[in-house]
Design a protein around this ligand. Structure first.
Ligand code: ZN
Length: 389
């Protein structure tokens, strides 16, 4: 495995387009990265994912640790072989899920107060209980790097302490300090493991300017291959604060000539605003999870509806238009809203597949248009066309 090579081919204002080259292929940037939590973009085969236009997706390390277990993935020769996915893969550190699933996971809803105390964070890492069977687990920077090494994704994330909003500046500062200490351990672990995976350092600091600037400077000074912005899009932070974080940090990060990933961004408006500020890639469960719930994306639905509509609504029962009249995906070229409405109402598995295909195609198509607009220096026109501002 060879480390990533990032090149910026064109800029328009602070927006930029280029490519991230890896051993498993090239990601054109800015890129949207779908999420395949449990080593599967739910309901699609690798060929079908490819046909939606994506060449990369995210797998969650936390899930792999429990199911199928790291030894099983190792036995299969790593995630690429296990899933038969020939293109680029990203994994996260497992930290975010250790917090969020242990506190809100499927097993614990009735007993959250007790469960919360079972997540113990120290300077060494996070001790928690499995969301599936309650077994105790410890995850620290070294453990996370070892796990991600076995999974073998091209792009991996340093172990960080995520924060949830709201949080005091003092507590956010503590999380940031830990994240910084762990960043160094992750880099050392990578050297010890002789890993050639590309490692992203994660900027923390919640919504506090002083902390975010401190964290951006610190991470930019370390020999990471990429940088990521964490803990600002995952717990209902006010949107103005989300983008203030980019305003504070992007000037410092852009200077590094490294790709910059924004963790957990998936609304169309937020994607466009993030790209405008220089973000190179972002990931979110939005198109896949909402698709499985019957939400289909179309530009026609407009900004105030977040560019999506609910196909299960009865107004679509006899609508013979394609799901999105402007879309060229398999679902839109072959089926109409009436049929998709029926599939969802009848709980047919094909409903989930077609909705996922369409939504992923829609996101890939939008990112293609964004890249073209940056190359042609028309990004502000594209932004106005979609967002009207
Ligand atoms: Zn479509």
């Amino acid at each position: 495995m060879t480390k990533l090579k990032f090149s910026i081919e064109a800029t328009d204002g602070t927006a930029r387009t280029g490519s991230i080259r890896t051993e498993h292929g090239i990601i054109a940037t800015p890129a949207f990265v779908p999420v395949g939590t449990a080593a599967s973009v739910k309901s699609l085969t690798p060929d079908e994912i490819e046909n939606t236009g994506h060449r990369v997706f995210f797998v969650n390390t936390y899930h792999m640790i429990f199911r199928p277990g790291l030894e099983t993935v190792k036995h299969a020769g790593g995630l690429h072989k296990f899933m038969n996915w020939p293109h680029v893969l990203m994994t996260d550190s497992g930290g975010f899920q250790a917090f969020s699933l242990s506190e809100n996971g499927p097993r614990v809803k009735e007993n959250r107060a007790t469960e919360r105390s079972l997540v113990k964070i120290t300077d060494q890492g996070i001790a928690f209980k499995s969301a599936w069977d309650g077994s105790p687990v410890f995850l620290g920077p070294g453990e996370s790097m070892a796990a991600q090494g076995i999974l073998g994704a091209d792009l991996v994330m340093a172990f960080d302490e995520c924060t949830f909003y709201p949080i005091s500046e003092k507590r956010a500062g503590l999380a940031m300090d830990r994240t910084h200490a762990w960043a160094k351990v992750c880099l050392e672990s990578r050297n010890l493991l002789k890993s050639r995976q590309s490692l992203y350092g994660i900027i923390q600091g919640s919504v506090y300017k002083r902390l975010r600037i401190n964290s951006a400077k610190f991470m930019a000074s370390l020999p990471f291959d990429g940088l990521a912005i964490g803990s600002v899009a995952n717990s209902r932070e006010p949107r103005d604060k989300v983008f203030a974080v980019l305003d504070w940090t992007m000037p410092l990060l852009s200077e590094t000539a490294k790709p910059i990933h924004f963790l957990g961004i998936g609304e169309i408006e937020d994607i466009i605003l993030s790209v405008e500020k220089g973000i190179d890639s972002l990931d979110c469960i939005t198109p896949t999870r909402l698709g499985r719930m019957g939400w289909l994306f179309t530009k026609e639905a407009g900004l105030k509806n977040k560019f999506r509509y609910d196909i299960t609504h009865r107004q679509y029962a006899r609508d013979l238009q394609p799901p999105d009249p402007l879309c060229k995906c398999y679902a839109c070229l072959n089926f109409n809203r009436s049929y998709l409405h029926h599939l969802f109402k009848s709980r047919e598995l094909l409903a989930l597949r077609l909705a996922t295909m369409h939504n992923l195609y829609f996101f890939a198509d939008l990112m293609g248009k964004i890249r073209q607009s940056i190359r042609e220096r028309h990004f502000s026109t594209l932004k106005k066309e979609w967002l009207n501002y």
